[in-house]
Design a protein around this ligand. Structure first.
Ligand code: BDP
Length: 694
């Protein structure tokens, strides 16, 4: 009978390990698939036969047990058995008072594994790390892992509006059920916390940078407390965006001038109120004097004066201010690229210690490729934090497969001074080290809309913990955890992912072109957009003989904002990498490229390369069908077809437009556009999901 039951379980497990026909992606990278190999199953079963979890780990200890229960039951069909004494245990989980670092060690010559967290959250992170090893099919015999995060604040920024819409969100509506908080904690909110904790994300700014002052009202704060309490065991702090005019809007004051004592007092009281409800509240994120948002400059004060006033209100409670550096003048005669550095560089050293200047990865605005922002390395006496965008605002929304791990890593490893001081080093050197990602998640069942969007959330977390990790390795692990562990398929999918970032650059904005997307939706080409306030011509400056913007020392001097020798690298045409060519230089159509082609020909070549890359992604995805569950395979296949259509739309629209100036014609050995330029100009843009441009 016992043998029969064993065989039966084995049959069930084997069946379960085939690609399931229906997976909706909800489980993310925490699928805990049944372990097929009997020997491995037994190995895990024996290691988890007796588990000791230090009993004063509080709610985090419960979260650890909950995760072990789910994982073990799903992977080997058994729950772990908990024991009260360390000496009886095979898995020992304990921790010190606080901290996120941890170690996992196998005790030589025994079957014992010991996890020690610096604090309870460290022990939780270690638990996820151990389960990760198991999901990767590893034995637990020779573990010798020690980890500590390189960056201390690893935060998702949710651009969620209080009415449930998400600005630039393409995966449905906000997950925060404000109406029923704090009483009803939707189980999904816990799954959100689990997913984040499993990749080390430890903070969430829950509302939009284009903030509503109402989020600071007591009515909302008590609801926010519901989220804070639910996420605390997972090591996640909540933060709010603070609208600078809140003292007027909800405080009844006549001004929001940071130098007015009544204003400072209002913020102090507000902070006290928040901390009474949420003792570990993270702090404020502020978008000020940017794109119409109020700020200190409305009162003739500097960004530093505004930030410090808020910082003083938070300081007694241990809170911090993320002050965004995303500012530009609404002046079409001024190169937008240089604005933010011009504004903030003179303020270096003027920010309080609990202020982080949050800087977008590049100096424009989340384009498919940008050189790193010169404020990284340009503000040595200020804590400078990174802001990446995980939601693909300018990279095909949730319709395109684009693996952003490559983009994140490229920026993090950029050399800021010629001596190898990378952007990541700059982040790490701040009094407060911080990295933020504008989230791509929403209410869609698979969280991110595109199934591969999950990899961008995942890689953001992993690189925030350790910016030096290889994005290729991260992609591979994500694939194994999320899609398949068939080696050949893993390799094929990984190659696809790695190429996908280059593909989107090629079919949207090759050779350093930028900001030529549709004005409102930011999806699809519109290099012809031109109105009194915003014109794509400011970004490409196309004419009959040339294209690109001269941002060298002879032009708008954007290159001067970089330290030497990086300044020279971008400024000197012979040194400037092709990928930033038209970003920094204005060149004639017949300019001879390194490839031997003319600039015009190179542009044609690159746009076509992008389309070809999507075509090869389609055929690669076809090849792995036997090893991916049907539903997700079908969904990605459909999305890749959409991506191909849109890649061609970008290519043909842009090339026809640029050629209406260059008059060179598309060489006959390339596919010719199927439609006229007028046709591409007349394509209507569907409504914008985020409700911002109503
Ligand atoms: C732009 C987005 C806009 C954001 C803004 C920001 O289009 O929706 O509000 O950035 O980061 O890229 O503040």
């Amino acid at each position: 009978m016992k043998r029969f039951i064993e065989l039966f379980i084995l049959a069930l497990l084997c069946f379960a390990s085939l690609p399931a026909s229906a997976e909706n992606g909800y489980d993310l990278w925490l699928r805990y698939r049944p372990v097929e190999k009997k020997s491995l199953r037994n190995h895990y079963a024996s290691r988890f036969s007796k588990v000791y979890v230090q009993d004063d780990l509080g709610a985090t200890g419960d979260a650890i047990k909950d995760e072990l229960d789910r994982a073990l039951y799903s992977m080997i069909g058994k729950h772990p058995e908990y024991v009260a004494e360390k000496k009886d245990a095979k898995l020992i989980i304990s921790s010190g008072d606080s901290g996120e670092g941890f170690s996992i060690k196998s005790k030589p010559g025994t079957q014992v594994t010991e996890i020690i967290g610096e604090g309870p959250v460290g022990a939780l992170y270690a638990t996820y790390a151990l389960l990760h090893e198991m999901q990767m099919g590893k034995l637990l015999d020779n573990l010798d892992i020690e980890r500590r995060p390189e960056i201390s604040r690893r935060v998702l920024n949710h651009w969620d509006n209080l009415n449930g819409t998400i600005e630039r969100g393409y995966a449905g509506y906000s997950l925060w059920n404000w109406e029923r908080l704090p009483h009803d904690i939707d189980p999904r909110l816990i799954d959100y916390a689990r997913a984040n904790a499993s990749i080390g994300i430890n903070g969430a700014v829950v509302n939009n940078v284009n903030a509503s002052a109402r989020s600071l009202d007591r009515d909302w704060l008590v609801r926010l407390k519901g989220l804070a309490d639910a996420w605390r065991p997972y090591g996640i702090k909540v933060y709010l965006t603070a609208k600078f005019s809140a003292p007027i809007e909800i405080g009844g004051l006549a001004t929001a001038d940071p130098k007015d004592p009544a204003v400072a007092e209002w913020w102090k009281k507000k902070a006290d109120e928040i901390y009474t409800l949420i003792p570990d509240f993270g702090g404020f994120l502020v978008k000020a004097n940017s794109e119409g948002q109020p700020g200190p400059q409305d009162y003739g004060r500097t960004h530093a004066e505004g930030a410090n006033m808020l910082a003083e209100a938070l300081e007694p409670h241990g809170g911090i201010v993320f002050w965004r550096a995303f500012v530009y003048r609404n002046d079409r005669n001024h190169d937008r690229i240089v604005s933010s550095y011009e504004e903030f560089h003179p303020l270096d050293g003027k920010f309080n210690d609990n202020v982080v200047l949050q800087v977008k990865n590049g100096p424009i605005d989340f384009q498919p490729r940008e050189p790193f922002h010169p404020l990284f390395g340009g503000m040595d006496q200020t804590s400078v934090g990174m802001e990446f965008q995980i939601t693909q605002e300018n990279l095909g929304h949730a319709g395109h497969l684009v693996y952003l791990g490559k983009l994140f890593s490229e920026v993090l490893l950029s050399d800021t001074d010629g001596n190898g001081r990378s952007v990541a080093d700059v982040l790490k050197s701040g009094k407060i080290s911080a990295i933020a990602g504008v989230s791509n998640i929403g209410s869609e069942i698979n969280w991110t809309g595109h199934p591969f969007g999950q990899a961008n959330w995942y890689s953001f977390g992993r690189l925030s913990w350790n910016p030096e990790e290889s994005p290729e390795d991260i992609a591979e692990e994500w694939i194994r955890l999320t899609l398949t562990d068939d080696d050949q398929s893993v390799k094929t999918i990984k190659d696809m992912m790695v190429m996908s970032r280059e593909a989107v650059v090629n079919y949207e904005m090759p050779l350093g072109l930028n900001h030529i997307m549709n004005y409102a939706t930011h999806n699809g080409p519109e290099p012809w957009h031109h109105d009194p306030v915003w014109s794509a011509y400011d970004y490409h400056k196309v004419s009959c003989d040339s294209i690109g913007v001269d941002r060298t020392l002879r032009g708008t001097r954007a290159t001067a904002q970089y330290k030497q020798p990086i300044c020279d690298k971008f400024d000197d045409l012979s040194l400037c990498p092709d990928e930033y060519l038209l970003w920094f230089h204005r060149l004639p159509w017949d300019y001879k490229m390194r490839s031997g082609r003319t600039l015009w020909h190179e542009l044609v070549y690159k746009y076509n390369e992008g389309v070809n890359q999507v075509e090869s992604m389609i055929s690669d995805w076809d090849k792995v069908s036997a090893h991916i569950d049907k539903d997700r395979h079908k969904r990605v296949a459909a999305l890749l077809r959409l991506q191909l259509e849109e890649a061609k739309w970008w290519r043909d629209g842009c090339l026809l437009f640029f050629d209406s100036y260059a008059r060179k014609g598309i060489p006959t050995d390339y596919p010719q556009p199927q439609h006229s330029l007028d046709y591409y100009k007349s394509i209507p843009f569907p409504y914008d999901w985020d409700g911002y441009y109503k």
